[in-house]
Design a protein around this ligand. Structure first.
Ligand code: 13P
Length: 249
């Protein structure tokens, strides 16, 4: 079974001083028996973070353009992330889908660009509160997976993160049975589409108000191979207990 993954998404947070948190995280996770740990800082810190991670810690971007280069003011390509030292990129986060109108087709094009640049993708999906209340969760997630993942997924180039929008930054974490229902369905969909071996090995992360206090319960849930952590990844003191809980799970 693939190594579990604890990934931190710093979102639009972090000035140079935040790299001291990254140093603390990188120093703490040297041991081989720890899960894999990735931090995805804002673009401005990717190169410095990769330099300071010293190979203990994977570094990722939070988005990339679908094209490799060109006249796209303000955008960053997958190849540029790779060049800066990133090995991961988060794509299809609900904040990008909402703030920038990204569709599943847009996300799929970005995933392909990331793969072309040999980055591993952390692909996000998840329903809104209205969709959950309308009992559409499994359909929404299935549609996002079908539409956002191109052919050619492997356990090395893809990680899928289930992040219910109503649980992001709200302190309202999904209940383990709710997480299990979606993760089991995602696992089945991936096995159906990419074959048993690949579908079983693609890591599935839960994201949405993961904290030290709820991490153990989440990591004990069916088909949860790690977490994508927002707010609690900004401070080493908040993030490391989550990493330890994953190691112990
Ligand atoms: O969106 C998230 C990670 O990508 C989750 O954010 P929070 O952990 O702050 O709820």
């Amino acid at each position: 079974m693939a190594r579990k993954l604890a990934a931190g998404n710093w979102k639009m947070n972090g000035l140079e001083a935040a790299l001291s948190e990254l140093d603390t995280i990188a120093a703490a996770i040297g041991a081989d028996d720890m899960p894999e740990v990735a931090i995805c800082p804002p673009f401005t810190l990717v190169a410095a973070a990769a330099e300071r991670a010293k190979g203990n810690l994977a570094i990722g971007g939070q988005d990339c353009h679908a094209e490799a280069a060109g006249a796209h003011t303000g955008d960053v390509s997958a190849e540029m992330l790779k060049d800066a030292g990133a090995t991961y990129v988060i794509l299809g986060h609900s904040e990008r889908r909402q703030d920038h109108g990204e569709t599943d087709a847009d996300v799929a094009a970005k995933v392909q660009a990331a793969w072309d640049a040999e980055l591993s993708v952390i692909l996000c999906c998840g329903e809104s509160l209205a969709q959950r209340e309308a009992d559409e969760t499994l359909d929404v997630v299935r549609r996002q997976l079908d539409g956002s993942i191109p052919e050619g997924a492997t356990a090395e180039n893809l990680v899928v993160a289930y992040e219910p929008i109503w649980a992001i930054g709200t302190g309202r974490v999904a209940e383990p049975p709710q997480i299990a229902e979606v993760h089991d369905a995602m696992r089945a969909a991936l096995r159906e589409r990419f074959g048993d071996e690949t579908g079983k090995a693609i890591r599935l992360l839960y994201g949405g108000s993961v904290k030290a206090g709820n991490a153990a319960e989440i990591f004990a849930t069916s088909n949860v191979d790690g977490a994508l952590v927002g707010g609690a990844s900004l401070k080493a003191g908040d993030f490391l207990p989550i990493v330890e809980a994953l190691g112990a799970a």
